[in-house]
Ligand binder design. Structure first.
Ligand code: SF4
Ligand code: SF4
Length: 481
């Protein structure tokens, strides 16, 4: 068991209280009611947008190949016009760092907006809930069905539901694999039962994990497994946007007739209908204060707004607000002004610098790399001119999609020659690595025993381009007599 700080309703909304939380509890199935309203619509839009990217983008082509492909067997990554080899992994690492800082920055401003609208766990859980709702009906029908003994009707309904879930999970797994292997070849191979190897394993594994996390363990993942839920409180401050119940306005809660005036009942605006609890996908009561299980999905806002409309009360008993606004340190209208606070500006500055560095790195990156590998079989030898000769292998990596032509010269002694290069330079096809053996020679007087520094200078250009060549220098050593 661990102790967690959560926000309590006692004595004021937003104040942390110490609470004992089980590290794990065996899951009680939660059947949330589907919420309807403006935030539910935003979530549907976010799901459609993210899933359009996930399911459709791998099918797009760019310059005759898959537009976005992380081709692990070939150790090459394509992102539209950008072609990255293993030597460019630093850019992918940079992208991950930027994503992490983006999440920190966004969390400081708007709390768990990512969890509520775009996190894959939320998105696939929501899709599974849509299937539940579509096949089994709304919350009450699902609860009733679960309690029913097994009979032909129940078997038929459950079989239909699991068939649909299987199709969604299988297609999700196949699409996931299609980000790492050419999808236009992989999908027909799957249907022809001829796909195999790592791609098929990745598809089966990802599909199964989607089923496990989004259907079987849907509430458990956010509550017990997600590390972000645990450390996000470190990024929160009193001005972070969170979903809160306005206790001052809502309490004392209680049922009343729609026609009853507040003065007569001496009650707050909460009619204790529990709709906010019934729609909650993690099964918590937002009226108990901000809790770490809350994924910020805003379903409770939609549910409560609907009740407020029916009661002719103003909306917003549950709303996006900040802890400071709830304590009347500033008005709700001034929440936007609190955006420009030091923590947000600090994260924003780091994020901006990281994005600028990544873009600069990508724009100025070398499209050709050369490794000079000394031929260990030939330390030094005498050529037919009587000069000392060392042998090298030039490993040339073309990190662009276009053919490039490379020329080279060498310096380090007053008299030094480079042989082995083909006439007109070395042609390196796009996205390929070739190895070319070359020899460097000098007159024996210049190279006495031991190692001498020399330098290769390469100039290279695109084969179909008349622009001035780029240059690249690499250090090497020449072994003397
Ligand atoms: S939905 Fe609103 S009125 Fe109903 S219990 Fe929740 S907070 Fe109270
Ligand atoms: S408390 Fe509200 S915002 Fe939080 S998870 Fe439940 S329904 Fe979503």
């Amino acid at each position: 068991m661990i102790k967690e700080h959560t926000m309590s309703k006692e004595p004021q909304a937003g104040r942390p209280k110490e609470q004992v939380v089980q590290l794990y509890q065996s899951g009680k199935r939660i059947h949330p009611k589907l919420a309807k309203g403006r935030f539910a619509n935003w979530r549907i839009a976010a799901i459609l947008a993210t899933q359009f990217v996930f399911y459709v983008l791998p099918w797009f082509n760019w310059s005759g190949r898959q537009a976005v492909l992380f081709d692990i067997p070939e150790r090459h990554f394509y992102i539209f016009g950008l072609s990255l080899g293993m030597g460019d992994l630093i850019y992918l690492a940079g992208l991950l760092i930027i994503s992490a800082f983006g999440l920190f920055w966004w969390t400081t401003i708007a709390g768990r907006l990512w969890c509520g609208y775009a996190c894959p766990q939320t998105v696939y859980t929501e899709i599974m809930l849509w299937i539940d709702h579509f096949v089994e009906g709304d919350r009450n029908k699902r609860l009733k069905l679960d309690k029913e003994p097994w009979n032909a009707r129940k078997i038929r309904i459950k079989a239909t539901k699991y068939l649909l879930i299987f199709v969604v999970c299988a297609w999700t797994g196949i699409t996931f694999a299609g980000w790492f292997t050419p999808i236009r070849e992989f999908v027909p191979a799957v249907f022809a039962l001829s796909a195999g190897g790592g791609a098929l394993f990745a598809a089966a594994f990802y599909g199964f994990m989607t089923f496990l996390f989004a259907h079987i363990m849907r509430e458990q993942v956010c509550k017990y497994m997600c590390p972000y839920a645990r450390f996000q409180s470190a990024m929160f401050d009193h001005d972070t946007l969170v979903i809160s119940y306005d206790e001052e306005r809502g309490e004392p809660r209680g049922a009343r007739k729609k026609t009853a005036s507040r003065e007569d009942t001496h009650l707050g605006d909460c009619i204790n209908c529990t709709m906010c609890v019934q729609v909650c996908p993690v099964g918590i009561d937002i009226r108990d204060g901000l809790q770490y299980e809350c994924i910020g999905c805003a379903a409770c806002i939609d549910a409560c707004d609907e009740i407020m409309d029916k009661m002719d009360y103003p909306r917003g008993l549950i709303r996006y607000t900040t802890e400071s606004a709830l304590k009347h340190e500033y008005s709700e209208k001034d929440i936007k002004k609190r955006l420009l606070r030091p923590r947000v500006l600090g994260y924003g500055a780091v994020l901006f610098a990281a994005v600028a560095a990544l873009l600069f790195g990508i724009v100025t990156r070398e499209t050709l790399h050369v490794d000079i590998i000394k031929d260990r079989g030939v330390m030094v030898r005498e050529n037919n001119q009587g000069w000392l000769e060392n042998a090298y292998n030039l490993r040339i990596i073309n990190a662009s999609e276009k053919e490039q032509v490379l020329d080279a010269k060498v310096s380090g002694f007053d008299e030094i020659t480079l042989t082995g290069l083909p006439e007109g330079g070395i042609t390196v096809p796009g996205n390929e690595t070739i190895t070319v053996p070359v020899q460097v020679s000098t007159i024996p007087e210049y190279a006495d025993k031991g190692s001498h520094p020399i330098e290769f200078e390469f100039s290279y250009r695109y084969a179909d381009d008349n622009e001035a060549p780029r240059t690249l220098t690499e250090k090497a050593s020449f072994i003397g007599e």
